[in-house]
Ligand binder design. Structure first.
Ligand SMILES: Cc1cc2nc3c(=O)[nH]c(=O)nc-3n(C[C@H](O)[C@H](O)[C@H](O)COP(=O)(O)OP(=O)(O)OC[C@H]3O[C@@H](n4cnc5c(N)ncnc54)[C@H](O)[C@@H]3O)c2cc1C
Length: 458
């Protein structure tokens, strides 16, 4: 069989096929993380499943690297490459809500902003991330942690079915009975098994939620973390709170003379009855003196986009993630030391709790292996100036290294950097071998390798 050409690809697909001589190329090749300034040979802006099939077949038969891009938020920049094919799913963002069954089906390039907009119209939502511009694709395939995790589980726990284009160009339905091994693997195994052209989710009655942002002096960071460790153990599942370290942005509710100062903070989300919201905020208001707070009800999609301005497209970033069963005193000490050095407004540490409903799924029921972890901390540096690269990366690495002795061997794949490939077996621990078997079934030649890669079993 002869190697297909880009001209042949253009004849075959109706979607835009963009190469370096097109004016759209510069924008089309860019991903969220500005560290990855790459030059693919061709970008297919897929509009429908037929475009995806053609793109998969083309990359495979041409022997080119293939990046699959949903929302483009991958910290290691997996959504782009040099000299390969990018299958950009961002035009595939249609969301269909069925309010009777409380389900929604969304295209593979949908963002959480698109999704929440569509479902909120019916007073419904499901677990997504804390930023609205993140794709449902990458976030869900890695697990999916957010405000609703304690109440409704990870995003994958709400996934009912997926339509997947596998490496052989076939379209497969994956659900609990149909291609059940594939369905198991895509729930946590990332983009290793094919291109998900649509996701079907279970929704829940989440409409307006009660939110509190509390800023405390750094000297109370230990108190905050110890409080949270105990509080969140058996707090009502309507709480989706997490502690953070945060340089104060220039927001009205923070005294002007404190803008730019470093604080520890609590981001508190209450999805229970709104008239219980004030009471729900009380423990956080009382744990230490509050320097600044913003408290009140808001639509769930508004909360989901509250952090968006801090992470604009093109900002440079570097991430590390861990799983933690018990937040030890030594871990808290490390947080206080390194969190206090958070370099700027767009850098942070979020300590996401993943107990509650997330623990009601077994550690081998899906590919997500750490159902016994209580927290998934993420350390993120995000900055604009390339001159700051090494300093910012070092801050994340030092912070991470200090937490490693107090953490599990593996971490959450979606919080991994491009230098974390060596952690892949630990990230999946008891599920790793089964994942390599499923990989061999659906992608024996590892076409989908630009990801936290699970190689096929030999
Ligand atoms: C600002 C920001 C906030 C974040 N907040 C959270 C959070 O609150 N909770 C959380 O869990 N994670 C969060 N993350 C991490 C996020 O889950 C990962 O970066 C995720 O990979 C992003 O998905 P994406 O579709 O936007 O990214 P992309 O870069 O488009 O995709 C990442 C990888 O996922 C795979 N992929 C994406 N879509 C598909 C698809 N349809 N079919 C097959 N494979 C696909 C591909 O392998 C791709 O390389 C955040 C990331 C950022 C940058």
């Amino acid at each position: 069989m002869s190697t297909p050409t880009i001209d042949q690809l253009r004849e075959q697909v109706r979607a835009p096929v963009i190469t370096a001589d097109d004016s759209a190329y510069k924008d089309a090749r860019a991903v969220h993380n500005g560290m990855f300034d790459r030059h693919p040979r061709v970008i297919i802006q897929a509009e429908q499943v037929a475009d995806v099939i053609a793109g998969v077949n083309f990359a495979r038969d041409a022997g080119l690297d293939l990046s699959v891009r949903g929302g483009g938020h991958s910290a290691p920049g997996f959504g782009t490459n040099d000299d390969g094919v990018v299958l950009d799913l961002s035009p595939m963002r249609h969301v269909h809500v069925d309010p009777r069954s409380r389900t929604a089906r969304a295209g593979g390039g949908t963002t959480w902003g698109d999704f929440n907009y569509a479902t909120h119209a019916f007073g419904l939502a499901t677990t997504g991330g804390v930023v609205s511009t993140t794709g449902i694709g990458g976030l869900t395939l890695g697990g999916g942690i957010g405000y609703l995790t304690r109440g409704y589980g990870l995003s994958i726990d709400n996934l009912i079915s997926a339509e997947v284009v596998t490496a052989d160009g076939q379209v497969r339905n994956a659900d609990a009975t149909d291609n059940a091994d594939l369905f198991w693997a895509i729930r946590g195994g990332g983009g290793n098994f094919g291109v998900v052209t649509s996701f079907e989710f279970q929704l829940h009655p989440v409409n307006d939620v009660y939110v509190g942002l509390f800023f405390y002096e750094l000297e109370h960071a230990g108190t905050l973390l110890r409080f949270f460790r105990d509080f969140i153990k058996d707090a009502p599942e309507a709480y989706g709170a997490f502690p953070a370290f945060q340089v104060a942005p220039p927001l009205e509710f923070i005294p002007a003379d404190r803008h730019g100062d470093t604080f520890c903070a609590a981001i508190v989300h209450w999805a229970g009855p709104l008239d219980e919201g004030e009471t729900a905020m009380k423990p956080f208001r009382e744990l230490a003196p509050v320097v600044a707070e913003m408290v009140g009800p808001m639509p769930y999609p508004a909360l989901n986009s509250a952090f968006d301005p801090i992470f604009p497209k093109g900002i440079r970033s570097y991430w590390k993630g861990l799983f933690v069963k018990e937040l030890t005193d030594a871990a808290i000490e490390a947080h206080v030391l390194h969190g206090s050095r958070v370099p700027e407004v767009s850098a942070t540490m979020h300590l996401y709790p993943i107990n509650g409903a997330c623990h009601r799924v077994g550690s081998t029921d899906t590919a997500f292996a750490y159902r016994d972890a209580t927290f998934a901390p993420v350390i993120v540096a995000a900055w604009q100036d390339p001159a700051d690269d090494s300093e910012r990366i070092q801050w994340v690495r030092d912070y991470y290294e200090a937490l490693v002795p107090q953490s599990e061997a593996g971490g959450y794949v979606n919080f991994m950097a491009d230098d974390d490939q060596s952690r892949i077996q630990d990230n999946y621990r008891q599920n790793y071998t089964r994942l390599t078997d499923v990989k061999r079934t659906y992608d024996p030649d590892n076409l989908f390798h630009l990801n936290q890669n699970i190689p096929p079993a030999s």
